[in-house]
Structure formats: structure tokens, C-alpha cells
Ligand binder design. Structure first.
Ligand code: SF4
Ligand code: SF4
Length: 99
């Protein structure tokens, strides 16, 4: 099992979860719009859930059905970050900022 970060993290990404993770398995680069949980390293402790201000983190089996693709998206990030960025963009395109 693993915990999974879902859609409400997009463009919030305040990293509160990463600060409490005991195994440092929640990561994201500057150019990422959200953070991702490494499913191979997550120890299912649940510590990251409460600090999240937008309720983005769920145990895999409790993930809201409309966020089902985020399980694979979190895992994909650790194999091919560029592909994960493209998929996040496809799921919810970035809103252009002021010119
Ligand atoms: S459940 Fe625990 S180990 Fe897994 S990402 Fe959250 S804080 Fe880290
Ligand atoms: S605490 Fe929530 S909003 Fe903040 S980076 Fe983690 S998952 Fe994203």
C-alpha cells in the first residue's frame, strides 16, 4: 500500500507534508505544480495527512474515485518526471498568470 497525493495539491504545494514525512519520500522539483509520494518508500504511517491544508492526501484504498489516476501519477513521477508533469498538465491545465 501507499499514500497518494491528489488533485487539490496542484498549484498549492506548500510542502507541509514533506516536512513531516519520516522517510522523506514526498518530493517535487521547483518546476512541479504538486508533490508526489514514492510508493516504494512510503511506510504508510499517515503522518502527512493532517498537515495538508487542502486534504490532498489519502491512503491508496481511500482515494476519492475521481482521483483514481493519481495513484499511477504519483508512481510515474519516480520513473519519468517529465511524463508525470505532462499528465498533470493534461488533467488540469495551468491557469496562465498575468502577462
Ligand atoms: S504516509 Fe508516512 S511515509 Fe507515507 S508519505 Fe505520508 S508521511 Fe511519508
Ligand atoms: S501538504 Fe498538501 S498541498 Fe501541501 S504539498 Fe503536501 S499534498 Fe500538497
Amino acid at each position: 500500500m501507499t499514500y497518494v497525493i491528489g488533485e487539490t495539491c496542484l498549484d498549492v504545494k506548500d510542502k507541509a507534508c514533506a516536512e513531516v514525512c519520516p522517510v522523506d519520500c514526498i518530493v517535487g522539483a521547483d518546476e512541479d505544480r504538486m508533490l508526489f509520494i514514492n510508493p516504494l518508500e512510503c511506510i504508510d504511517c499517515g503522518a502527512c495527512v493532517d498537515p495538508c491544508p487542502v486534504d490532498a492526501i489519502y491512503a491508496e484504498e481511500d482515494l476519492p474515485p475521481e482521483w483514481a489516476r493519481y495513484t499511477a501519477l504519483n508512481a510515474l513521477y519516480f520513473e519519468d518526471p517529465e511524463a508525470a508533469r505532462r499528465e498533470a498538465e493534461e488533467i488540469r491545465p495551468r491557469v496562465p498568470g498575468p502577462a
